[in-house]
Design a protein. Structure first.
Length: 125
């Protein structure tokens, strides 16, 4: 990371441009579009994607899934992800929590293991 002159001390740019300053938004967009073109990935137009923000979303969801599979406490980890993403409040990060068919069986198994005696099973007669 590069320090940015004229900004607060400790302020840094994750992907600095050629002179250490942040890229202009239009430059980032143009580089992204060029990368899509070189990879043969069609761009469906403004707001239809793929968009740069889609990769932020993908990173967040994959991180949460990995933490879940590793048995991490998501309530404890969510503030870390929120900080990493630069969100001021957890509500900005909570929309990345998705219940997917891929992990639903794991969630069911954990709930049953933790609360099997608390929640009685219905028996069909």
């Amino acid at each position: 990371m590069a320090d940015v002159p004229g900004r607060n001390a400790g302020s840094a740019v994750f992907f600095p441009g050629p002179h250490g300053r942040p890229f202009a938004l239009r430059t980032v967009y143009a580089l992204f579009r060029e990368m899509l073109l070189q990879c043969g990935i069609p761009h469906a137009g403004r707001g239809k994607g793929p968009r740069i923000h889609d990769y932020r979303h993908l990173f967040s969801v994959h991180t949460l899934r990995r933490w879940y599979r590793d048995g991490e406490n998501l309530e404890a980890k969510l503030p870390l992800l929120a900080t990493y993403l630069g969100h001021q409040h957890l509500s900005g990060t909570q929309h990345y929590l998705h219940l997917t068919a891929e992990i639903f069986p794991e969630i069911t198994a954990r709930v049953e293991a933790a609360f099997d005696e608390v929640i009685p099973r219905r028996t069909h007669r």
